[in-house]
Structure formats: structure tokens, C-alpha cells
Design a protein around this ligand. Structure first.
Ligand code: PGA
Length: 248
């Protein structure tokens, strides 16, 4: 953890979830209600089809609802796309941008991701900007260079952002970097953010993502400069997600 930063545990449901899955969210909200308020922030990024219903369930609890991607423009002829303003209008408070699955499946590059992060800020949403190296890049010992280039290319000027470091090879695989590797990446990111934003960088939360589970969450969250987690698979079951929330 970074001293003075409130941890954020964010769930990413990806392309999972029908109306019936909102039961999981009800359980999460129910379990959070009455817990010591303010110790950590909890965010659940559901598919766009569920944002409005999810926001209704979250109500004024401390569980925030988020989207998983947005278009960079406010509106226009972009069939099938959803703007940040639409996501905010549905009741979301945050949106993930630049997830490696968007980078791979949709060929999204750093400059588009920066435009999306700017769109999120314009709409009053907190952008959760994902970066991370592939296995080939790690094996070639290029991790820090890749992270540096992704920071430079995809971050907006504002410091009102969250960054998620997600090694691509750790996502959905059950593999995680060593705690030392996580510490190295997060320490490097913290330094680069300080060079970029000065004091304001201290408020930027750096999440780790990639195969976070209830049984490894506590040790990962204890690593210096890990200010929370972005959780995919384990966010789909309320019990697992709450276990991770309680580890923060
Ligand atoms: P995972 O996904 O927890 O299933 O590895 C993380 C993510 O893609 O954000």
C-alpha cells in the first residue's frame, strides 16, 4: 500500500453476466452495508447492459458501479459503441479503459486509450487505465520499457485516474508474477508518476491485476505501492470477491 491512499478493489465482469447474475451484486452490496465505512473503495465493472440495474442495486452503498470501455466521442455515427456520457448517465462512476483484451481483440493503441481516458474524465467518470507487458516482453526483459511507453502514450494530463498494472500473461491464467516483480513494477510506476505529476501522483492508486484470488490477495495487497486490485474471474462470485475486498 502507499501511505495515505485508500485501497480500491475493482471487479471486472468482462463479457459475463445476465440479469440473474445481479444476485451476486446484491450479496456484495448486502455484505458491504454496515461494514466499517471508508476503509476501502469497492467498484464493480459490469457489462454495459447491466449498469443501470446494478447502479440501482448499489444505491447509496459504498459499492460503485463502473463500465468496461467507452468511445472517445460524446455521440455520433458509431454503431454499437457507447460514450462515456452514456455510461455516466446509466449510473456508473468509473470506466475501465485500455484493458489488454481491448488492446488485443480490438487493436486499441495508446493514443486511442488516452482519448478514451480523457472522455471518461469529461463525463465525470474515474478512468481505470490498464497497462501491462506480454510474456514475450517480460522474457526479453522489456517490462519496464513497455510500461514506460504505455504510461507516456495512454495517460491523460489529469492525475484524477487509477492505473491498473496487469501483466497480460497473468490475466485469466492462474499465473502471477513474484511479489518482487510486482514490487519492482509498482515502484517504477510510482516513480514515473511522481516525475510526471509531482505531489499529485501520491493520490493516484496503482492496482495490480491478473489472477488475484482470495488466497493470494493479502500478500499481493501488502506489496509496497500496490493500492488495490483489479479482479476478473474471482469477481464473478460474491464470496470470492468479498474475500479479496476483506484482504485490503
Ligand atoms: P483475472 O482478470 O483476475 O481473471 O486474471 C483480471 C483482469 O483482466 O482484469
Amino acid at each position: 500500500m502507499t501511505p495515505g491512499i485508500k485501497p480500491l478493489i475493482a471487479g471486472n465482469w468482462k463479457m459475463n453476466g445476465l440479469t440473474a447474475s445481479l444476485m451476486q451484486l446484491r450479496t456484495i452490496v448486502g455484505a458491504r452495508t454496515g461494514q466499517a465505512a471508508g476503509r476501502r473503495d469497492v467498484l464493480v465493472c459490469v457489462p454495459a447492459t447491466l449498469i443501470q440495474a446494478a447502479a440501482g442495486i448499489a444505491g447509496d452503498s459504498d459499492v460503485l458501479i463502473g463500465g468496461q470501455d467507452c468511445h472517445a466521442e460524446v455521440s455520433g455515427a458509431h454503431t454499437g459503441d457507447i460514450s462515456a456520457e452514456m455510461i455516466a448517465d446509466s449510473g456508473a462512476r468509473a470506466v475501465i479503459v485500455g484493458h489488454s483484451e481491448r488492446r488485443t481483440d480490438h487493436g486499441e493503441g495508446n493514443s486511442l486509450i488516452r482519448a478514451k481516458a480523457e472522455a471518461a474524465l469529461r463525463a465525470g467518470l474515474l478512468p481505470v487505465i490498464c497497462i501491462g507487458e506480454t510474456l514475450a516482453e517480460r522474457q526479453a526483459q522489456r517490462t519496464l520499457d513497455v510500461l514506460d511507453a504505455q504510461l507516456d502514450g495512454s495517460l491523460p494530463a489529469s492525475a484524477a485516474i487509477v492505473i491498473a498494472y496487469e501483466p497480460v500473461w497473468a490475466i485469466g491464467t492462474g499465473l502471477t508474477p513474484t511479489l518482487g516483480n510486482i514490487a519492482e513494477a509498482h515502484g517504477f510506476l510510482r516513480e514515473r508518476l511522481a516525475a510526471r505529476h509531482g505531489e499529485r501522483a501520491n493520490a493516484i492508486r496503482l492496482l495490480y491485476g491478473g489472477s488475484v484470488k482470495p488466497d493470494n490477495a493479502a500478500e499481493i495487497l501488502a506489496v509496497e505501492h500496490v493500492d488495490g486490485a483489479l479482479v476478473g474471474g474471482a469477481s464473478l462470485k460474491a464470496g470470492d470477491f468479498l474475500g479479496i475486498c476483506n484482504a485490503a
